[in-house]
Design a protein around this ligand. Structure first.
Ligand code: ZN
Length: 219
């Protein structure tokens, strides 16, 4: 019996001894394993990843947010080692932006985002809709305009134009974003704890401070 023909029941048992990165490697062995381990709707598959996460990545003990699979969660939090849009692999060039569910480099972030001032002045974006969008404060300077994901802006405008009771819809969206902001902050902190060790966290902080003071604008 070859490794690729092992019955699923046995394979599931074997998975119980594997670290998430081994599970990921297993998905590349053959189509059969890939279809089992990449399944995002099967309860069995979700349990395999969840159990591995809890067993081997002790500080990743919080469950994924609603509508996110275990695989996607573990991938974003730990396994992905390059920008999700390009080939950048330098850890210090990459940042997790949980607000947009993106682990990417600054170049790719800039290509996909738009700042508040551009939306306001160039596109006449309705002021009340900003609170309906997830926003990212890229620079620690609170006076720096926040960024929005262009895809989110487009989707929001489509829905906004379609909605009849705009007032109620806006209120509901704003409430959802308030809750989401708290959650995003928690996941961003968790990500940094899981992915970086103490020295890396300190180095990232020092680099951030350096960028802040070297780019600081005078208002
Ligand atoms: Zn990139």
């Amino acid at each position: 019996m070859s490794f690729t023909t092992i019955p699923f029941e046995i394979l599931i048992e074997i998975c119980d001894y594997l670290h998430p990165s081994d599970l990921y490697n297993l998905t590349m062995v053959c189509k059969r394993y890939r279809s089992l381990l990449w399944d995002k709707t099967s309860t069995t598959t979700q349990l395999i990843w969840k159990s591995s996460r809890k067993k081997f990545i002790l500080n990743l003990n919080v469950d994924p947010p609603e509508k996110m699979s275990e695989q996607e969660f573990i991938w974003l939090m730990l396994l992905s080692n390059k920008c999700m849009f390009c080939d950048q692999t330098d850890k210090f060039e990459l940042t997790m932006h949980w607000e947009f569910r993106m682990y990417c480099c600054f170049k790719c972030l800039n290509e996909r985002t738009i700042c508040k001032l551009t939306l306001l002045h160039k596109y006449n974006f309705p002021e009340e809709l900003f609170a309906c969008l997830s926003q990212l404060q890229k620079n620690p300077n609170p006076r720096d305009p926040p960024l929005y994901l262009m895809k989110d802006v487009e989707n929001l405008l489509k829905q906004y134009n379609y909605e009849k009771d705009k007032k109620t819809w806006i209120k509901e969206r704003q409430d959802k974003i308030i809750k989401l902001n708290i959650e995003n902050e928690q996941y961003n902190t968790l990500h940094d704890q899981v992915r970086y060790d103490h020295t890396e966290r300190l180095e990232r902080l020092l680099r951030k401070l350096h960028d802040f003071y070297s780019n600081n604008r005078v208002y």
